[in-house]
Design a protein around this ligand. Structure first.
Ligand code: GLY
Length: 373
């Protein structure tokens, strides 16, 4: 029960039953100052997200800029790669854990009600983001995991789906065969190996050898939106780190790590190495820095500086965490949007793009600002 006293739960239920929570119009919210304590930005519809959010942003932009609901919009955006078998890091087609199971993590957060829902380690359901929304709207909980999350999704009519595609299965098999010289699995003889097998990881062409080696995807999609009525919403969804230890849950369903939004301060999200986003509480930290006056870019870069120092400390027992110059050896991309709709995308290391949409230029890719160019 989210550790709320029974009185609070009943009060919240009365609030929802009165129809206020369902309508959430600016006028209704104004009658409940505890729900939003700051006058929102007006008529600056804006979206920000990871590079793979662009296709979905293009789908929803016209209706969103005309006054669409931000939670509807971000869920529609992230559902695109969830259903795309070619995206190896989200939903259908995502790379499996080390035992061959595709397990999904997803969360959404709604600024006006300051509520969230999430699922972790969910199997055989394509649209984990929609299930996260159901957790938020149809339970008094924030996070459901594993078999319970699956049952909950099925109870709400989500169909059972096989998420391991033939392509993902072949990559996972290649990874297993090359894991050890001393087990009984053998990689195909060199003459039988297909050369030039290329995969698109967020716009970057990588080889099979890279994808089962140092470029194993920690993909994910994040999207945050600020509506014409000044309401924020965020969503993040992923199949998580490829070949992870079964049961591993990353940052995506952890509110404050993979996403966060607050009507009083802004919205933020993360993609990349989930453990680092959890350890730095990166999305919450960005929103808090913006609350204190930092711009979205300053907030993102400050969190990446913290992540760098944290990785340097971790390197004492995990040497691969940083390179020869003390820079993190992993990738982490952060996205932030302030109260005025200003946006920034930042990365630990050079290269990469993020998706943004605003009234001036519409949906497009922009370059990430790198902390370590
Ligand atoms: N950021 C996605 C994950 O690490 O699972």
């Amino acid at each position: 029960m989210k550790n709320l006293p029974v009185d609070s739960i009943l009060a919240r239920r009365r609030f929802l039953a009165a129809g206020v929570g369902a309508a959430l119009t600016p006028a209704a919210l104004a009658r409940h100052p505890g729900v939003r304590s700051q006058e929102p930005a007006k008529e600056r519809p804006t979206m920000i997200g990871s590079a793979n959010a662009l296709a979905g942003m293009k789908n929803v932009w016209e209706s969103f800029r005309a006054g669409g609901d931000p939670l509807d919009a971000v869920i529609e955006v992230v559902k695109v790669p969830e259903a795309n078998a070619d995206d190896l890091s989200v939903g259908l087609g995502g790379l499996p854990d080390e035992s061959g199971h595709v397990t999904l993590d997803a969360a959404c957060m709604h600024g006006p009600t300051h509520n969230s829902g999430a699922v972790g380690c969910l199997q055989n359901i394509m649209h984990a983001s929609e299930v996260a929304r159901l957790v938020m709207e149809r339970t008094d909980h924030c996070l459901l995991v594993g078999q319970g999350a699956y049952r909950f999704a099925r109870d709400h009519g989500h169909p059972h789906a096989e998420l391991l595609t033939d392509r993902a299965r072949r990559i996972w098999t290649a990874w297993r065969e090359r894991m050890s010289e001393s087990d009984d699995r053998l990689a195909p003889a060199k003459k039988d190996q297909k050369s030039g097998m290329l995969f698109d990881i967020h716009g970057e062409q990588v080889t099979l050898e890279e994808i089962i080696g140092d470029k194993r995807p920690t993909g994910t999609i994040h999207c945050s939106a600020l509506s014409t009525t000044g309401e924020y919403s965020s969503a993040t969804t992923t199949s998580g780190l490829a070949y992870k230890v079964p049961g591993r849950v990353g940052d995506s369903p952890i509110v404050g790590a993979g996403l966060y939004c607050d009507q009083e301060a802004g919205a933020a999200g993360a993609t990349g190495r989930g453990e680092s986003a959890i350890l730095s509480n990166s999305s919450f930290a960005m929103v808090e820095l913006m609350r204190q006056g930092a711009s979205p870019e300053e907030a993102g870069l400050e969190v990446l500086r913290r992540v760098t120092r944290q990785a340097q400390r971790a390197a004492a027992w995990q040497p691969g965490m940083v390179d020869g110059q003390g820079r993190p050896s992993f990738g982490l991309h952060l996205y932030a949007m302030g109260l005025d709709g200003a946006t920034a995308g930042v990365s630990l290391k050079g290269g990469g793009r993020y998706a943004v949409a605003d009234l001036e230029k519409g949906p497009r890719h922009e370059e990430l600002v790198a902390l370590h160019p």
